[in-house]
Design a protein around this ligand. Structure first.
Ligand SMILES: C[S@@+](CC[C@H](N)C(=O)[O-])C[C@H]1O[C@@H](n2cnc3c(N)ncnc32)[C@H](O)[C@@H]1O
Length: 247
C-alpha cells in the first residue's frame, strides 16, 4: 500500500473517531484532501443516477463544509442556502463561492426561526457528527417541503439504536467532539415518526468503498478498509424516479 493510500485510509477511518495525533485543523486541508474530493465525485455522480427532478427546486445544504457539493444543485438552477456550524468553514466557502448564500447555523443548538421551508433538504456527511440525531432528523423534516436526502455513516446493527463516539476537533467533525453512529432502523423509525413514510435508497451505490460494505450485524461503523455509509431518500408522498428503490 502506498504512503498516500495509508494516509487516506487512516483519515477515512480515524478522521471520524478520536485520533489525537493526526488532526486536520484548516478547512482547506480537510475538504480538499484527495479522499474527500474522491468521495464527493462519487456522491455527485450518484445523485445523477437517481432520476429525481431537482431542477429549480429550493435546497438547503446542511453541514455544507466549504460548499463543495452545492454546485451540483446551482448547476440545475436551484436556489441553494448553505449552512454549517463552523464559521471558519463558511468563511472559506464565501471566499471560494461568493455567489452562494451561506450562514453559520448549528442545526442542533441554534434556533431555526426565520428559516423558511425548502423543497429539498440535502444533508451529506453531517448526521453522524451530531450528539442528538433524533433532534437533527426532526429539525430537518420540519424544514423540508418535499424530499430529504441524507448520507451518513451508520452503525451495522438491525435494531433501532444509536452508538456514541468521541471525535477529534477537526473542522469536518462534531462541533463538541461528541458524535453518534445511528443504525439504519433508528433513522428509518425517526423519519417515519416525523411523517416521512416513503423511504428509498439509490439502486446504484456511489462508486466509493464506504458504500459497499457487507452487513454483519456487529455494531461496527467501519472495517479495516472504510467507513460504512448509507444514503436515505425520504418523502411524505411517493417519489417516482428510476434510480431509487425502497429502503
Ligand atoms: C464531514 S463534514 C461534511 C461536509 C460536506 N457536507 C461534505 O459531505 O463534504 C461535516 C460538516 O458538518 C458540520 N457540522 C458538524 N456539526 C454540525 C451542526 N451541529 N450543525 C451544523 N453543521 C455541523 C461540520 O462543521 C462539517 O463542516
Amino acid at each position: 500500500m502506498s504512503m498516500i493510500h495509508r494516509i487516506t485510509n487512516f483519515w477515512k477511518i480515524n478522521g471520524a473517531t478520536s485520533s489525537p495525533k493526526f488532526i486536520f485543523r484548516k478547512p482547506e486541508d480537510v475538504f480538499d484532501y484527495p479522499a474527500a474530493l474522491e468521495i464527493n465525485k462519487a456522491r455527485l455522480a450518484n445523485l445523477d443516477t437517481l432520476g429525481i427532478a431537482f431542477r429549480g427546486k429550493s435546497v438547503i445544504d446542511i453541514g455544507c463544509g466549504i460548499g463543495h457539493l452545492a454546485g451540483y444543485f446551482t448547476a440545475k438552477n436551484c436556489p441553494v442556502l448553505c449552512v454549517d456550524g463552523r464559521k471558519e468553514n463558511i468563511r472559506i466557502l464565501k471566499s471560494r463561492y461568493p455567489q452562494l448564500p451561506a450562514r453559520v447555523i448549528d442545526i442542533e443548538r441554534s434556533s431555526l426561526r426565520g428559516l423558511k421551508k425548502f423543497d429539498i433538504v440535502f444533508c451529506y456527511g453531517l448526521l453522524y457528527h451530531t450528539e442528538n440525531p433524533a433532534l437533527v432528523l426532526e429539525r430537518m423534516c420540519k424544514l423540508c417541503k418535499d424530499i430529504l436526502l441524507i448520507e451518513t455513516v451508520i452503525c451495522d446493527y438491525d435494531k433501532p439504536l444509536v452508538r456514541f463516539e468521541e471525535e477529534t476537533t477537526a473542522v469536518n467533525q462534531s462541533l463538541t467532539t461528541l458524535a453518534c453512529r445511528p443504525t439504519i432502523n433508528f433513522i428509518r423509525l425517526k423519519l417515519e415518526k416525523s411523517g416521512f413514510r416513503y423511504l428509498y435508497t439509490p439502486k446504484i451505490l456511489p462508486d466509493y468503498p464506504d458504500f459497499k460494505f457487507k452487513f454483519k450485524n456487529n455494531l461496527e461503523f467501519s472495517d479495516k478498509e472504510a467507513l460504512h455509509r448509507k444514503i436515505f431518500i425520504a418523502a411524505k408522498s411517493k417519489i417516482r424516479a428510476k434510480g431509487i428503490m425502497p429502503l
